[in-house]
Design a protein around this ligand. Structure first.
Ligand SMILES: *Cc1c(COP(=O)(O)O)cnc(C)c1O
Length: 423
């Protein structure tokens, strides 16, 4: 890091803890310093020092259309000219809610919020209210935002920083959180037996993206659906990443599983701060003011965020997800052989436009497996790739994101740079 970024980072640290507003951005886990990004266009970002990088982070998922997509930017410009916030209903929130309900088979009603954190937190509150039960199951390595009850065995930055339990979260706040290993239906069955009658919900990332990418095995999500139905617990899909990324119809559409509730964020805001939760009307109608479950937000349904999200979904509705997936699949196969042909232990998990390189010899199907990966080698890989113009997530416990804006040259360049790393 040189010049401008160094100056900015030095100043940032004076005024903000660690100099950043979200921990993994600091790049400490890979022994680097943060990128101060000045602008982005398509698949590329340009940093304050002039570094020009192909971006495989994409704001951690929202930018499936790439940076500064013309249709999204135009919608934001038009919206801001009409005013930035009203604290009263506007047309765009009705249209976005309708677009989501139309796209996602399990969704009948939706409530807009301002982040994925708020969405997951509110969905859990609703599940507890509707069932009259308190305990819930979450999976080791899954991340559902930073609300207290989810900060047990959490992925993403919590995993990156190896924070066992976060100071400031009272034991009582996680006392009703039951942890199970991802893809381990047997342990979920055991938890239902041990806590029969007390479980309000099972919350799961239908494709886990916060311990690196981990796919659900055959029968896992179906099994969760059956167990929840059998025991009167609600199944909550955290689709903050997978919504409109795994397919336009989300994970629920792609896998044909019908969750009771679901949380959204990232792509539905088109790059602006947003979240949403929704599901079956029988549950959603308990939200105030239709029902008694309180949840509110000064900027919820913000007209700029709604306009950006709506524009993004309009483009995505006509986008070829299958072609993008094929491109990423071909790329990942070549990338894996780049490593394995040079006797580097590497496993690549991939689905749709997401992939993670795990430097390990074993298949990765849960958080314990993800932790067998060589974090030191990942850090060296990150630094090597950044030197050659590629921005990867600065942590081994994150997922690389591709977009409709990535070109064949972007993927080819990545393979060449990776080959140079493999030696
Ligand atoms: C990013 C993420 C969240 C949190 O969303 P924020 O907008 O960062 O609060 C929740 N769940 C999952 C699966 C996520 O990837």
């Amino acid at each position: 890091m040189s010049g401008v970024s160094q100056t900015l980072f030095n100043e940032a640290r004076l005024y903000m803890p660690g100099g950043v507003n979200s921990p993994v951005r600091a790049c400490a886990a890979v022994g680097a310093e943060p990128l101060f990004i000045e602008r982005g266009r398509g698949s590329r970002v340009i940093c304050a020092d002039g570094e020009n990088l192909v971006d495989f982070v994409l704001s951690w998922g929202p930018l499936i259309l790439g940076h500064a997509h013309p249709a999204v930017n135009q919608a934001i410009r038009e919206a801001v000219d009409r005013g930035s916030s009203f604290g009263a209903p506007c047309r765009a929130e009705v249209e976005l809610a309708k677009a989501m309900v139309t796209a996602l088979p399990g969704l009948e009603m939706v409530r807009m919020v301002n982040s994925g954190t708020e969405a997951a937190m509110s969905a859990l509150r609703l599940a507890r209210a509707c069932t009259g039960k308190v305990k819930f199951i979450k999976f080791d390595g899954c991340y559902h935002g930073h609300a207290d009850p989810f900060l047990a065995g959490a992925g993403s930055g919590v995993a990156t920083l190896s924070i066992p339990g976060t100071p400031g979260v009272p034991e009582a706040a996680v006392a009703d959180t039951i942890l199970c290993p991802y893809n381990d239906l047997g342990s979920v069955k055991d938890a239902f037996s041990a806590h029969s009658g007390d479980l309000a919900a099972v919350i799961v990332e239908p494709v886990a993206g916060n311990m690196g990418l981990v796919l659900p095995e055959e029968g896992f999500l179906e099994g969760l659906r059956e167990l929840c139905t059998k025991h009167g617990a609600l199944l909550i899909f955290d689709e903050v990443i997978t919504g409109f990324r795994l397919a336009y119809a989300g994970a629920q559409g792609r896998f044909g599983i019908d969750p009771d509730l679901a949380a959204f964020g990232k792509i539905i805001g088109g790059g602006l701060p947003v979240g949403a939760y929704g599901g079956k009307a029988v549950y959603m109608r308990h939200i105030a003011p239709q029902g008694q479950v309180y949840q509110a937000g000064t900027l919820s349904g913000n007209p700029l965020a709604m306009a950006a999200g709506l524009a993004a979904l309009s483009v995505l509705r006509g986008s070829d997800y299958v072609a993008l997936e094929q491109k990423v699949e071909d790329f990942c196969k070549e990338l894996e052989s780049v490593f394995t042909s040079r006797s580097i232990d590497a496993r690549i998990n991939r689905i749709a436009s997401m992939f993670t390189v795990f430097f390990t010899s074993r298949p990765v199907r849960d958080f314990a497996g993800a932790r067998t990966a060589d974090a030191g080698r990942y850090a060296r890989f990150f630094l090597h790739m950044r030197e050659r113009g590629f921005f990867l997530a600065p942590s081994a416990f994150e997922t690389a994101m591709a977009s409709f804006a990535h070109s064949d040259e972007d993927f080819l360049g990545f393979l060449k740079a990776a080959a140079a790393f493999a030696g």
